[in-house]
Design a binder for this molecule. Sequence first.
Ligand SMILES: NC(=O)c1ccc[n+]([C@@H]2O[C@H](COP(=O)([O-])OP(=O)(O)OC[C@H]3O[C@@H](n4cnc5c(N)ncnc54)[C@H](O)[C@@H]3O)[C@@H](O)[C@H]2O)c1
Ligand SMILES: O=C(O)[C@H](O)[C@H](O)COP(=O)(O)O
Length: 386
Amino acid sequence: MMRIVADENIPLIDEFFGDHGEVIRLPGRSMTRDQLLDADVLLVRSVTRVDATLLAGTRVKFVGTATIGVDHVDVDWLHEQGIGFASAPGSNAESVVDYVLSGLLLMSEQDGEALTGRTVGIVGAGNVGSRLQARLEALDIPCLICDPPRADAEEREDFVDLDTLIERTDVLCLHTPLVRDGAHPTHHLLDERRIAALRSGQILISAGRGECVDTGALCRRLEAHRDLRVILDVWEGEPTIDEALYRLVDIATPHVAGYSVDGKMAGTDMIHQAMSRHFGLPVRKRLGQLKPESWLRRITLTGWAPPLEALMLCARACYDIRRDAMLLERYRRHYGMAEGFDRMRREYPLRREFSTLRVSLKHNAGELRDIIVSAGFSLRLAGKQG
Ligand SMILES: NC(=O)c1ccc[n+]([C@@H]2O[C@H](COP(=O)([O-])OP(=O)(O)OC[C@H]3O[C@@H](n4cnc5c(N)ncnc54)[C@H](O)[C@@H]3O)[C@@H](O)[C@H]2O)c1
Ligand SMILES: O=C(O)[C@H](O)[C@H](O)COP(=O)(O)O
């Protein structure tokens, strides 16, 4: 029997891994080498730094992170040691897109600016960025893309550099991994110069990693001119985040953009499959066998509705970014920022992806149908067609 140590915040650990051995759940932020001496498998989230300090001299033969980002893992060291490793690429990407769409809908509602009236710049067009682009373009929202690694590898001439993106777009969405070296580092990608170059009224949405934005520079810009709209999900130094910046932004959430139950379950499934492959074990559990809890499966629109209002209604019902901002404020007041930040993530309420909400239309008007499908909801046509 294997000994499997897992972050207590990974869902369905017993369901997926229980058959493989003894499962020990620990708080991810405070895992120590001593707790892992007899472990064969380590399963983490983004809050555990996995490197020689944590693992040298332990029995661990496989590490899985139920996350997309891998900046918390010293992948080269694991490789040198012959320790198997897997992450969960793309697992919660759709949820991050839901988060960004919820933010854009809110901004458009607050400003009275048409959803299609703003050009969106996407920085990092990987699993998250390219899915975001697909959904935005389906909604007729123009996009510009900045992704130098892909531009180089694929010789893409339709991509632009970051400075051009800042100059030509109304919304800047950051979805880059945290990369500290190499040809295209992203640490403080948005530095003092670029933050100063952001135009009055521009919207910044950051949901990649906190360290991609220079906190001090953003604070200084917002203190001098409160002329940007800012939505931050990720922060430098989480969970001890800069409270001055917290007060200056429009929407602050505690690194939960990808926190749908669908995204999290997909992450567990992916590392379970990878671990099974690593040890040559059969994959006995599949994601499809485990139905996530749900309390909102369907919305029925009984007649024609203005398409944008219908979209707002469905989006708010399924996931509303303001709920998370209000919750964080409540947790902060109650527990202080660092503890509140982590507690909210641990106790995060049930959230499902847009794609799980079935929207029933009794009136099959083209524009209404298109907007619902383009935003990512599932469509069900019923009754009279028209
Ligand atoms: N807030 C959240 O809850 C949440 C959820 C999921 C992922 N993330 C973060 O978002 C990141 C991106 O996720 P993904 O699934 O799209 O990853 P991905 O690896 O599929 O894509 C990342 C993209 O960024 C590009 N990139 C790298 N360096 C760049 C640079 N200097 N400038 C512009 N583009 C650059 C890459 O070429 C790649 O196309 C993850 O690494 C993770 O850190 C955050
Ligand atoms: O990289 C990711 O997948 C996300 O950032 C992930 O959702 C972060 O969640 P955590 O692992 O910190 O719980």
